[in-house]
Design a protein around this ligand. Structure first.
Ligand code: HEM
Length: 455
């Protein structure tokens, strides 16, 4: 093992671009592109990426790998110790406001804490933590938040019972109603235009600095959010922030929250797919009581399932940092502005480290194994870790147990029914039918090439 980062050769850099960074950018870092995610699943791009990174890691004895892309230099972590150093050392000397992220998120949330300069971060991080109740498994307003889940899940279950089918568009429409209600209030529940505007800006975000800004569209988004914040009722995140820090402060953070809830929906939908393919998982989900009598229950197993979903298929494809000043690493010193990268999917499924690398193991999140491992960072780690983790797990777990009451058959279920699980899963392409009503084959839109099994 060596700790001094090594420069990759031109050929190796080309391979990293083709097999690792290219597919990641193609799928859309900020909002997924459906055709690209379908392609990524057919090609199982995460398996190819893993093989290449494994080869490079052993060729260079576990050293971090340095990739040069024009003037930009990126240092790729290859061991959990590297991940720990980068995340514990955030926001300085490793700032999350990395160059690519400022370019991407600047399209729709330039004042979000993630890309804020240090002085603004000092105020915005505690604001986020207070509103999202970061340390609490059940949010202060858990009753109201879970009541919104309950209402929408009931409607969704009725819709699926009537049609016999569930796909991403149907699930996402219901999920967004939950999200708009819990973030902005009842008046925002049906404001689909809000999400359409956000998505248009997120599509710009996929191009980072390479797509011109659309300030008029961002102003439209901000106006809509401000209108909802002004009237948001108690029990919403907006009201909590408005009453604590003022309407102006909270509305600046809301675009990030809305954007990030998309990932939470994807994670829930994938967990539902696994539960539908595995009766044992579904039975355990249904066995958890959803209320304690004093409020919403914590649902440890369902949370474990959601955490497994984001471990196996991370929604944050890469955690990026930029050096704020010179960084000494082994025998080298990197100048300010050097990029440091944690490729989540690579660490989350490393068979050299994890006995359960490709296996669905919610228990690992219950017995402390996952939390003790610096390579398992679906919600990041250290001082810049996701302050929304608990609120996500609350809403996602309560949605999961309620929708899992439907006896669903998932298309491609045979790839999900057993371990090892496929490295890449396109949640946008998942199709479900009701058991007994729809043959599994019919529940799936015919896919020309089924997801290949894991090697
Ligand atoms: C499955 C859902 C989610 C996942 C996997 C996730 C994961 C992450 C990760 C990995 C980061 C660090 C990003 C980086 O360092 O580049 C992060 C940051 C953040 N997340 Fe989440 N997140 C999720 C949902 C949410 C939601 C719903 C909210 C708000 C309601 C939220 C609020 C934030 C904020 C404010 C930050 C920035 C923290 C800071 O800069 O200090 N996240 N999240």
């Amino acid at each position: 093992m060596t700790d001094t980062p090594v420069d990759l050769t031109t050929r190796e850099t080309g391979l990293v671009l083709r097999d690792v960074l290219g597919p990641l950018v193609a799928q859309g870092a900020i909002v997924r592109r459906p055709r690209a995610t379908a392609w990524a699943e057919r090609r199982q791009v995460d398996r190819t990426a893993r093989r290449l990174l494994d080869r490079l890691r052993s060729r260079y004895h576990g050293a971090p790998l340095v990739v040069r892309l024009g003037a930009r230099r990126l240092v790729l972590a290859t061991r959990p110790e590297h991940v720990e150093r980068i995340l514990v050392g955030s926001p300085a000397p490793f700032t999350p406001a990395a160059w690519e992220k400022r370019g991407a998120l600047g399209h729709f949330q330039p004042d979000g804490v993630l890309i804020s300069p240090p002085e603004a971060r000092r105020e915005r991080r505690p604001e986020n933590e207070a509103v999202l109740d970061t340390s609490e498994p059940v949010h202060h307003d858990g009753d109201a938040l879970v009541a919104a889940v309950e209402r929408e899940a009931r409607d969704l279950v009725a819709t699926v019972e009537a049609s016999g089918r569930l796909d991403w568009d149907t699930f996402a429409a219901s999920w967004w109603r939950v999200v708009r209600t819990v973030v902005l209030g009842r008046a925002a529940r049906d404001d689909e235009r809000l999400v359409a505007v956000l998505d248009a800006l997120r599509r710009d975000g996929n191009w980072s600095w390479f797509r011109p800004r659309r300030p008029w569209l961002r102003a439209a988004l901000e106006r809509r959010i401000a209108e909802h914040v002004a009237v948001a009722e108690p029990g919403t995140l907006a009201a909590r922030g408005r009453d604590r820090d003022g309407a102006d402060a909270v509305r600046r953070q809301i675009p990030h929250w809305l954007f990030a809830f998309d990932a939470a929906g994807a994670a829930t939908f994938r967990a539902l797919a696994v539960a539908s393919a595995r009766p044992v998982v579904r039975e355990r989900l249904l066995a958890e009581p959803v209320t304690t009598g004093r409020g919403p229950a914590v649902l440890p197993y369902a949370r474990g399932c959601v955490l497994e979903s984001v471990r196996l298929w991370p929604t944050t494809l890469a955690i990026l940092r930029d050096a704020t000043g010179p960084v000494r690493w082994g025998a080298r010193t990197f100048p300010a502005g050097t990029g440091f990268v944690v490729l989540s999917a690579y660490f989350h499924r490393d068979p050299g480290r994890l006995s359960f690398a490709d296996a669905f193991t919610p228990e690992a999140w219950l017995d402390g194994r996952a939390d003790a491992d610096w390579g398992l960072v679906p919600f990041s780690g250290g001082p810049v870790s996701c302050p929304g983790r608990n609120v996500v797990l609350l809403l996602a777990s309560h949605t999961l147990v309620r929708v899992a009451r439907l006896d669903l058959v998932v298309g491609r279920g045979r790839y999900l029914a057993r371990d090892p699980l496929p490295p890449t899963m396109d949640h946008l392409g998942l199709r479900f039918g009701l058991r007994g009503e729809t043959a599994p084959g019919e529940a799936v839109a015919p896919t020309p090439t089924p997801a290949p099994a894991v090697a």
